[in-house]
Design a protein around this ligand. Structure first.
Ligand SMILES: [Zn+2]
Length: 125
């Protein structure tokens, strides 16, 4: 996680709404990472704080994460960060299309090799 965050591109608006990053041992239906979002409070648009942006929790399931190589595990991390960024800066909804969008965004941040490693070690669902 530290490796990834210290190389986060400086030109990208930062993530302010991630309120918690946690780990769980047991995986949920093969999920390695999950980003959940609680919407912003109405009437606070433009206010730069967590309440205005909503709050996000990123959960990593270590039972599966620990079986991946370091690079593939970083692929999971950058994918979840991209979801969080899209939730905060684009729109908070989830769909299958958002999966490809998250990967594309993480690639634009320079993290493509981690996603390649992740793809090589996992089967897309
Ligand atoms: Zn995803």
């Amino acid at each position: 996680m530290g490796d990834v965050l210290t190389s986060f591109p400086k030109k990208v608006p930062p993530l302010r709404s991630v309120s918690e990053v946690r780990t769980r041992r047991r995986a949920n239906r093969g999920t390695v990472g999950l980003t959940t979002y609680r919407g912003a409070e109405p009437g606070l648009a433009g206010v730069r704080n967590a309440a205005a942006h909503g709050a996000q929790t990123i959960t990593f399931y270590t039972g599966l994460l620990d079986r991946l190589s370091d690079d593939a595990a970083k692929g999971v991390i950058v994918h979840e960060l991209a979801h969080a960024w899209l939730n905060e800066h684009v729109s908070p909804r989830s769909s299958r299309r958002r999966e490809a969008e998250a990967d594309q965004l993480a690639r634009s941040w320079g993290y493509g090799r981690y996603l390649v490693a992740l793809d090589a070690e996992t089967t897309p669902v």
